[in-house]
Write a protein that binds this ligand. Structure first.
Ligand code: GLV
Ligand code: MN
Ligand code: MN
Ligand code: MN
Length: 400
């Protein structure tokens, strides 16, 4: 077996972000395309047959592609300045698990596939899990094609530039029929396994979560020549919304609200902004709580904007209800893996999208820093190897 650690080391230079630290690998950019090519080469080296579906997700088949396959995989893209493990660990662990099974002389009775989903983080076009949402039809195809990256390039244009056909994106019954069960391995994005002193867990649930863009509009003007009384500065309600979001999250059970991205236009030190875009990421265990948090913040944003003579427009960019992974499937895998602990997560995953369509489970590998979406995200080689062994056991078990 080539270990997950060795495979990750092989792609370590790809998409390294010297300005932010960590990695910036976004769908169809040079780094992500390089990783896709690397994956195809690794899959073919293992005798897997590679296809790309209508939604730019890559599939590597052991045996003939067919219905009711055992499928594993994750994504290769990252957040801006992200860690090395979120996404790639699930992909390389799948390759390592294939190595282990091939070394054992295992011959799958059912089709087995490794999948790489496109734009899981939404780091370029703003909608997370775009490849799996398109596959499942939970985002409108026209809307997806028209999504724009920060430089104005549409998803359709980026797909075409990468040699793919954007006219065919959308719910893909054939690809869905081919998934009998889906198992995604992922680096843990919290401290659960550190506290339990265990290397591998099985996932129970994902928080409801979504993204909203608040656009505050005022009057661009001169920073020195404009009296305070004459200003309509959209940065004021924007800043107050950031603080209100933290308070709102604290007012619901296990709520989380984050503003990680805020863009003033035109963005000059001596310029009162004409608009400020604020992206809110809100999550909680209960759909109703997440919804009411965002409704309250929308009301607050209107009042804050009006107080400064500004306007605000609010757009929901994505949303997903709370996901509870199939409890019987989850418990079966926990039993198979010597009573692996069962953990909930606050992070979104393609597995969360697929769970509405097919029996789906997730495995987590311990992250000794407890940090994710940042360069400090980590997993020890030994734990990654343990994860690959666990995944191989799961794949073998499911092949019946
Ligand atoms: C993706 O990792 C997310 O949960 O935002
Ligand atoms: Mn992530
Ligand atoms: Mn991920
Ligand atoms: Mn994710």
């Amino acid at each position: 077996m080539v270990s997950p650690g060795a495979l990750l080391a092989a792609i370590d230079g790809v998409g390294a972000d010297r300005r932010r630290g960590g990695f910036s690998r976004h769908v169809f950019d040079d780094a992500e395309r390089q990783l896709r090519e690397w994956f195809v080469e690794q899959a073919e080296r293992r005798g897997l047959q590679v296809t790309t579906d209508r939604n730019a997700n890559i599939w590597a088949w052991w045996g003939e592609p067919g219905d009711d396959a055992v499928v594993t995989g994750s994504h290769l893209d990252s957040v801006p300045g992200g860690g090395a493990f979120d996404g790639p660990l699930g992909v390389v662990s799948a390759l390592s698990a294939v190595d282990l099974l091939q070394e054992r002389g295992f011959r799958p009775r059912r089709p087995l596939a490794v999948v790489v989903f496109a734009e899981e983080e939404g780091g370029r076009f703003g909608v997370p899990c775009l490849g799996s949402r398109l596959l499942a039809g939970t985002i409108d195809a026209d809307r997806a094609r028209a999504l724009r990256d920060p430089s104005g390039v549409t998803f359709a244009e980026a797909m075409s530039a990468a040699g793919a056909d954007p006219s065919r994106v959308g719910r893909d019954e054939e690809a869905l029929r081919r998934i009998g069960q889906f198992v995604e391995l992922h680096v843990e994005q919290g401290r659960g396994l550190i506290d339990l002193d265990r290397p591998v867990a099985v996932a129970s649930s994902i928080l409801s979560h979504g993204r909203w863009r608040f656009r505050f509009s005022g009057q661009g003007n001169h920073a020195g020549a404009t009296l305070l009384a004459d200003r309509r500065d959209p940065m004021l309600p924007a800043a107050e919304l950031v603080v209100a979001a933290r308070r709102a999250a604290g007012s619901v059970a296990d709520g989380r609200a984050t503003v990680g991205r805020l863009v003033p236009t035109p963005g000059g030190t001596n310029v009162i902004a004409s608009t400020v875009d604020v992206w809110l990421d809100a999550r909680s265990p209960q759909d109703a709580d997440t919804r009411s948090m965002v409704a309250d913040l929308t009301g607050a944003a209107r009042e804050l904007a009006a107080a400064e003579g500004c306007e605000v427009e609010v757009v929901e960019e994505s949303y997903g209800d709370t996901v509870h992974f199939d409890p019987a499937f989850r418990d079966r895998l926990s039993g198979l893996l010597d009573g692996a602990p069962v953990l909930a997560t606050g992070a979104g995953h393609d597995a969360g999208i697929l769970a509405a369509e097919v029996p789906t489970a997730m495995l987590f590998v311990r992250n000794p820093t407890g940090i994710s979406h940042a360069p400090e995200e980590h997993a020890e080689d030994d734990d990654c190897t343990e994860g690959a062994h666990a995944l191989a056991r799961v794949l073998e078990h499911l092949d019946h």
